[in-house]
Design a binder for this molecule. Structure first.
Ligand code: ADP
Ligand code: MG
Ligand code: ZN
Length: 475
């Protein structure tokens, strides 16, 4: 029998507000343990929370970016909580009146459009962090009270590629609107995966398990592959799937049962009497909407329409507002959109990755990048030297013309000089000449390669190709 996988996500995003959600402590990652704390976020008796307006605003921005409805009324609720990383023994969250509801994100996965419904987005406080050392457990409350939003989706995903596309889209949108950097590796975006399988064609959903401890998008993909296979095997063996929470073990590449699935009533939700409800007027919501920048999906379509870029390029460039900005600034100086796109998508992306850098730290200016592209476009340097110069620009911040000058990298288009080099190589290498004559056209690449090497990569490859072919045919 063939099965279909069904997935719904619960995505937690840490909002980059200046201060925490219910107190004035700094919302900052990486400080010394228990330095960003106060009686409120330490849950001391007698303290009172005050809702951070910026957290509300960021939640609304996120909801609008993901095409949600923003109700005028919303409230905060207490949710029972057992662990010592939140000493109140309840978490302030939202239950029946979340900040945002009924949104939608359209994904483009390998050229196919697929819509994911957003059930709701609510805001809540994060818990502290438990650190286990030997037989001791320590708690760091710096993260306690950091504003989170939880994005809950409909069970609309059918495979891991769609999940990856969705997480990428959420991250891009949150970055554009300044709400979060959404780094799964640093925990500013965390995602629980609800997953079930059903025989193809069946309407009812199967029983789901909820996967926790997913620390990267690639872990999400592996966990989905593993867990859907596990469900199918259990069912094929005549067993039944129990609804439960399971932990993904990255090093073992498997999921392990943690606990039975808890139900909403287990949490004993009730309205938090310490906090007034949130009332948002239509004008306030419209004002926030008007303040949003051009969002990734709109930008992507504009790049295709205005610059004739392939959908793929437009998608990659708009994944970060920083690469999008570099692209737009470059096109304004030098209207060769595809050449610019290639450099950003391939050369720049590779160097950022190799140097463990973010798009936000791009060290090359639009002026310098377009100057380089002009040098290549005008034939002053050839395209492989161009890549070499770019790497040097990236590392040293020098201007392209200066690098070309200092390293003597100008393209050689002196046919006489190239010709004598080619003839020399042909004389020295009778075996590949014979191969070529014997009908192996590929043998030609050997001569082209040798000639490029002899000119330290500076020769015009077109001239080299023409001369090699002419001389081989003569030989
Ligand atoms: P809870 O809040 O108890 O975890 P919800 O009903 O709110 O439960 O669902 C949480 C998530 O589980 C949502 O993302 C939803 O899309 C997903 N989900 C619900 N049913 C299924 C199912 N049968 N298979 C896969 N995912 C599901
Ligand atoms: Mg859940
Ligand atoms: Zn505090």
């Amino acid at each position: 029998m063939r099965y279909e996988t069904v997935i719904g996500l619960e995505v937690h995003v840490e909002m980059a507000t200046k201060t925490k959600i219910f107190c004035a402590c700094k919302n900052e990652f990486g400080s010394a343990p228990n330095t960003n704390v106060c009686p409120v976020c330490l849950s001391m008796p007698g303290t009172l929370p005050v809702l951070n307006e910026q957290a509300v605003e960021y939640g609304v921005r996120a909801g609008l970016a993901l095409n949600c409805e923003i109700p005028n009324f919303s409230k905060l609720d207490r949710k029972g909580y057992f662990y010592p990383d939140l000493a109140k023994a309840y978490q302030i969250s939202q239950f029946d009146y979340p900040l945002c509801s009924r949104g939608e994100v359209e994904l483009d996965v390998d050229g196919e459009k697929h819509k994911i419904g957003i059930t709701r987005i609510h805001i809540e406080e994060d818990a502290g962090k438990l650190v286990h050392e030997g037989s001791e457990s320590l708690v760091d409350y710096n993260r306690g009270g950091v504003p989170l939003m939880e994005i809950v989706t409909e069970p609309d995903f059918r495979n891991a590629a769609q999940v990856k596309a969705f997480l990428d889209a959420v991250r891009a949108n949150m970055e554009y609107i300044g709400v979060s950097d959404c780094k799964m590796e640093e925990g500013s975006m965390r995602c629980d995966i609800n997953i079930s399988v059903r025989p193809e064609g069946q309407k009812e959903y199967g029983t789901r398990s909820e996967l926790k401890n997913i620390n990267s998008i690639s872990a999400a993909q592996r966990a989905i592959e593993y867990e859907s296979r596990r469900h199918i095997e259990v069912i094929e063996d005549g067993g039944t799937i129990v609804q439960e929470t399971r932990r993904w073990d990255e090093s073992k590449g498997k999921t392990f049962s943690m606990r039975d699935k808890e139900e909403a009533h287990d949490y004993r939700y009730f309205p938090d009497p310490d906090l007034v409800p949130v009332y948002l007027t239509d004008e306030r919501i419209a004002g926030i909407k008007a303040s949003l920048p051009e969002l990734p999906a709109v930008k992507r379509e504009r790049y295709v329409a205005a610059f004739g870029l392939p959908e793929y390029d437009a998608g990659v460039l708009t994944m970060s507002k920083y690469t999008a900005k570099l692209f737009e600034d470059c096109v304004a100086i030098y209207p060769e959109a595809k050449a610019i796109s290639n450099y950003i998508m391939v050369e720049l992306a590779r160097l950022l990755k190799e140097n463990n850098m973010d798009a936000k730290d791009i060290p090359v200016s639009p002026q310098d990048l377009t100057d380089l592209l002009k040098l290549v476009g005008d034939g002053v340097i050839n395209s492989s030297v161009g890549k070499q110069v770019f790497e040097e620009m990236f590392k040293t911040g020098k201007k392209p013309a200066q690098i070309v000058e200092e390293k003597d990298l100008k393209q050689t288009d002196n046919a006489d000089e190239i010709l004598s080099i080619v003839q020399q190589i042909i004389n020295d290498n009778p075996k590949p000449v014979a191969d070529y004559k014997g009908g192996n056209a590929k043998a030609m690449t050997f001569f082209v390669g040798q000639a490029m090497k002899a000119t330290k990569g500076k020769a015009n490859p077109k001239t080299v190709n023409e001369l090699v072919k002419a001389e081989l045919d003569k030989a």
